[in-house]
Design a protein. Structure first.
Ligand code: PBG
Length: 327
């Protein structure tokens, strides 16, 4: 008859719910991925990602200022490279006056306190659409040959002013060669956020639309991880840690909360989750149909990353969520 255990007592009103709340979501937990392209005064909508645009550098700078003022203090930049600049060596990736490097410089000039995170992988620049160099005879993705390009890319991005480098390519040994190349050039303070457990995923579809970067042949399964595996993610985490990574990332996010939790329990490094394009698109699509309340689902989804153990979240919802948090 007397029920002394009443968990509902701690849910009676908002004030007590706030007191007992175990996790918190702040705008400065969020990293906004932003797409850029050559041009002026451009905000080109991406049809599979409502609310997300390809910005020309001038507009990108404005967006960065707005994000900073909303409390989002890190952006991750991704370039849409013109087809005529793509080749099998991805050489545009190393162009110090190319679109990407100019964008990094201009954003850092305009908003010096904002952290600029970059992407290190060849796919946006490669005529093959792969993250590494492709052997023209066998179609194999060449590991060690790719490492040399990635190391050079890192130095070029560091020179442009990047704060955090994000190798997203999944070649073996990339964190070590990037760290060494940076340190040789005295970029000892530039951090590496490794895409540690990056799965071969169908959730990247809208991103590949945004950059027109889908593989021309084959898939990415010889370098990105099999989605059936979690112990393998631990192996990648140990290697990245040994090789000098500063932050470990899990990608995609939502279907991989178990991986986030496992890594968190097995490292002392901070953990990032990448709430990827397909996860964003699903929420937007269902919201547009009136099937879910997109804003509420967004906040619930973002909190799930914190609960699983993410210290930070890369998410296309960054701006929208920051506004909701501030009201
Ligand atoms: C490329 C890269 C991808 C994403 C981030 N960096 C796509 C891929 O690996 O094919 C996906 C991000 C997203 O879907 O939001 N190295």
């Amino acid at each position: 008859m007397f029920n002394i255990q009443r968990p509902r007592r701690n849910r009676r009103n908002q004030a007590i719910r706030n007191l007992v709340r175990e996790n918190d979501l702040r705008p400065n937990d969020l990293i906004a991925p932003l797409f850029l392209k050559e041009g002026k005064d451009l905000r080109e909508p991406i049809h599979s990602m409502p609310g997300i645009y390809r910005y020309s550098i001038d507009q990108l700078v404005l967006e960065c200022k707005e994000l900073y003022d909303l409390g989002v203090h890190c952006v991750a930049l991704f370039p849409a490279i013109e087809d005529k600049l793509k080749n099998s060596k991805a050489s545009e990736a190393l162009n110090s006056s190319g679109l990407y490097q100019r964008a990094i410089r201009e954003v850092k000039n305009a908003v010096p306190e904002l952290l600029v995170m970059t992407d290190i992988a060849l796919d946006p620049y490669s005529s093959d659409g792969h993250d590494g160099l492709v052997d023209p005879k066998t179609g194999e993705i060449l590991n060690d040959e790719t490492l040399e390009v990635l190391a050079e890319m890192a130095v070029v991005q560091a020179r442009a002013g990047a704060d955090i480098l994000g190798p997203s390519d999944m070649m073996d040994g990339r964190v070590a060669v990037i760290r060494e190349a940076l340190d040789e050039e005295n970029f000892t303070d530039i951090a590496i956020m490794s895409y540690t457990a990056k799965y071969a995923s169908a959730f990247y579809g809208p991103f590949r639309d945004a950059l027109n970067s889908a593989p021309k042949k084959g898939d990415k399964k010889t370098y990105q991880m099999d989605y059936a595996n979690v112990r393998e993610a631990l192996r990648e985490a140990y290697l990245d840690e040994e090789e000098g990574a500063d932050i470990l990332m899990v990608k995609p996010g939502l279907p991989y909360l178990d991986v986030i939790k496992t890594l968190k329990e097995n490292t002392t490094l901070p953990i990032a989750a990448y709430n990827v394009s397909g996860e964003y698109a699903m929420v937007k699509a269902a919201h547009e149909r009136g099937w879910i309340d997109g804003e509420k689902v967004m906040m619930e989804m973002l909190m799930s990353f914190k609960r699983a153990g993410s210290d930070m979240i890369l998410t296309y919802f960054a701006k929208e969520a920051a506004k909701v948090i501030h009201y």
